[in-house]
Write a protein that binds this ligand. Structure first.
Ligand SMILES: Nc1ncnc2c1ncn2[C@@H]1O[C@H](COP(=O)(O)OP(=O)(O)O)[C@@H](O)[C@H]1O
Ligand SMILES: [Mg+2]
Length: 423
C-alpha cells in the first residue's frame, strides 16, 4: 500500500475530526474527547499506548489525566514530581521530544514502567499549551513493529496537542464554574435557613411576649390571694397542701414571665472592648464546683492570638453560661467538656462541645425556640436567650449533634463591631 497516500488520507480525516469543535468543545465529555483523540493518535502513529498528563498549576506536580494501552489502567491517579521523567522535562521546557530509545536518555524515568509492568521503548512527548501557558503533556509510546517515531509523527502530535489542550482547558473552566455554582447554591440555602430562623424567631417572640404580658397580672393576683388564704388557714387544714402547690406553681409561672420579659428587653447591647480569653476564664470559673461534682473533664483550647473585640460582656457571659449549663446537664458522670476559641477571618469563634446525651436530629431545629425543653425543671428559654444575644451582636450560632454522641455549639462573633453600631 502507498504509505504516503495512506498517511495523507488519515491526516485529513484526523484534522477534520479534531476541528469539529462540537466534539472537542463539549467539555462535559472531556474524557470521551481525550480518549477519542488519543486513540486516533495511536492509530495514526502506530503506537501501542498513549497518555495525557496534567500540570497542577498550584502545586506544580503532574498527574496522569488519562492513559490508554495495555497497562493504561494501572496509570490511574499516578503523579510525577515537577521535572520528573520525559513528561516532566517536556512540561518544564515546553519543547517536544522524540525519544528513539528511552534506555539511552537519562531524562527517562522507569518508575511507571516498574509500577505497571509496561516496557517503554520509544516515545514522543509534546507539551499541551493554552494561551502560551503549559498545562500538561501528551505522549505516545512504542511504535509498533519496533520502528521509530518520525519527525512527521512529532509534528502531527503537536497539532493534536493543541486540540487536546483546548478540551482540557474547557474541562477545567467548566469544573471551576460548577464548583462556584455549587458554592453559591449552598450559600443560598444557608442564608435562606437563617432568614427563616430569624423570621420564625421574631414571630414566636411576639406571640410569647404578648401572652406573657397578658398573664402576668392574673398570675400575680392568683399568687397574692393564695398567700392570703394560706395566712388565714387554721392549723392542720388539708387546704394547706393544695395552697402550697398553687403557690409554687404561680411562682414558677412568675419566673417564666420575668424571663420572657428579660429576653424581650435584651434587644440592645452595651459594647465595650473585651478580652475574650479573660471572659471565658471568668465564665468557666463559675462552673468549677458544678463540674467537680460531676467529675467533668475540661479541655480548653483558647487561641493565643484572640483579638480584643467589642462585646456586651454581661450578655455574652450570660449566653456562654446558658450553653455551658446545658452541656453540664447533658453530660454523664466523668464526661468531657471542650471549650475552644479562635480567630477566624472576620469573627471570633467560640465552641462549646460536650460528650453528653446529644440532641435528636428532629429536635435540633427547634431548640432555639422558647419553651422547648426536655427537662422537668427547665423553662426552655436558655437557648432562646442565647439566640437573642448572638443576634444582638450580629453574630451566628450553629448547633450540631448526632443523637447520643454529644453536642457542639458554636458561636461566631464579628470582630468589627463598633460602639456606634449600638441600636
Ligand atoms: N448540650 C446539650 N446537650 C443535649 N441537649 C441539649 C444541649 N443543649 C440544649 N439541649 C436541648 O435543648 C433544650 C433547650 O435548651 P434550653 O433552651 O437551654 O432550655 P432548658 O435547658 O431549660 O431545657 C434542652 O432541654 C435540651 O433538650
Ligand atoms: Mg438550658
Amino acid at each position: 500500500m502507498n504509505k504516503g497516500l495512506h498517511t495523507d488520507i488519515h491526516r485529513r480525516e484526523l484534522t477534520a475530526l479534531l476541528k469539529s469543535s462540537a466534539l472537542i468543545n463539549s467539555s462535559l465529555h472531556t474524557n470521551d474527547v481525550l480518549n477519542f483523540a488519543m486513540k486516533a493518535a495511536e492509530e495514526f502513529m502506530e503506537a501501542e499506548a498513549s497518555s495525557v498528563f496534567e500540570l497542577d498549576p498550584e502545586k506544580g506536580d503532574i498527574s496522569v489525566r488519562l492513559a490508554r494501552g495495555e497497562k493504561g489502567v494501572f496509570m490511574k491517579s499516578k503523579r510525577l514530581q515537577p521535572g520528573e521523567g520525559i513528561a516532566g522535562w517536556v512540561i518544564q521546557h515546553g519543547k517536544p521530544m522524540n525519544v528513539v530509545d528511552v534506555q539511552k536518555d537519562a531524562r527517562f524515568s522507569d518508575r511507571f514502567d516498574k509500577e505497571t509492568g509496561f516496557t517503554t521503548r520509544s516515545l514522543i512527548c509534546v507539551p499541551l499549551t493554552i494561551r502560551g501557558r503549559i498545562i500538561g503533556a501528551l505522549q505516545v509510546l512504542n511504535k509498533k513493529d519496533g520502528n521509530s517515531f518520525t519527525e512527521e509523527d512529532t509534528e502531527l502530535l503537536n497539532a493534536l496537542a493543541q486540540q487536546i489542550a483546548v478540551a482540557l482547558d474547557n474541562a477545567r473552566l467548566y469544573q471551576r464554574l460548577q464548583e462556584n455554582f455549587e458554592l453559591t447554591e449552598q450559600e443560598l440555602k444557608i442564608t435562606q435557613r437563617k432568614l427563616l430562623r430569624s423570621e420564625r424567631s421574631a414571630a414566636i417572640a411576639n406571640l410569647v411576649q404578648g401572652v406573657a404580658h397578658e398573664v402576668r397580672n392574673p398570675i400575680m393576683s392568683i399568687g397574692g390571694f393564695a398567700m392570703r388564704m394560706k395566712a388565714d388557714l387554721v392549723e392542720g387544714s388539708r387546704m394547706q397542701k393544695y395552697l402550697d402547690i398553687i403557690l409554687s406553681e404561680t411562682s414558677r409561672l412568675e419566673k417564666l414571665v420575668r424571663d420572657v420579659k428579660e429576653i424581650a428587653e435584651m434587644q440592645t447591647v452595651h459594647l465595650e472592648p473585651t478580652d475574650v480569653k479573660d471572659l471565658l476564664a471568668r465564665v468557666i470559673e463559675g462552673f468549677s464546683s458544678d463540674m467537680a461534682r460531676k467529675a467533668v473533664r475540661l479541655k480548653a483550647d483558647i487561641g493565643e492570638d484572640l483579638p480584643i473585640i467589642n462585646l456586651d460582656q454581661e450578655q455574652i457571659s450570660r449566653a456562654l453560661r446558658n450553653i455551658i449549663q446545658n452541656s453540664i446537664e447533658a453530660l454523664h458522670e466523668g464526661g468531657t467538656l471542650k471549650l475552644a476559641a479562635r480567630k477566624l477571618d472576620s469573627t471570633v469563634q467560640i465552641v462549646v462541645e460536650d460528650s453528653g446525651v446529644g440532641i435528636d436530629e428532629e429536635k435540633l431545629d427547634s431548640v432555639l425556640d422558647p419553651f422547648v425543653t426536655s427537662k422537668t425543671t427547665g423553662a426552655g428559654l436558655g437557648l432562646t436567650m442565647v439566640y437573642q444575644i448572638v443576634t444582638n451582636h450580629r453574630g451566628e450560632i450553629d448547633i450540631k449533634s448526632s443523637g447520643g454522641k454529644g453536642t457542639i455549639v458554636s458561636l461566631e462573633l464579628p470582630t468589627g463591631l463598633e460602639p456606634e453600631m449600638e441600636e
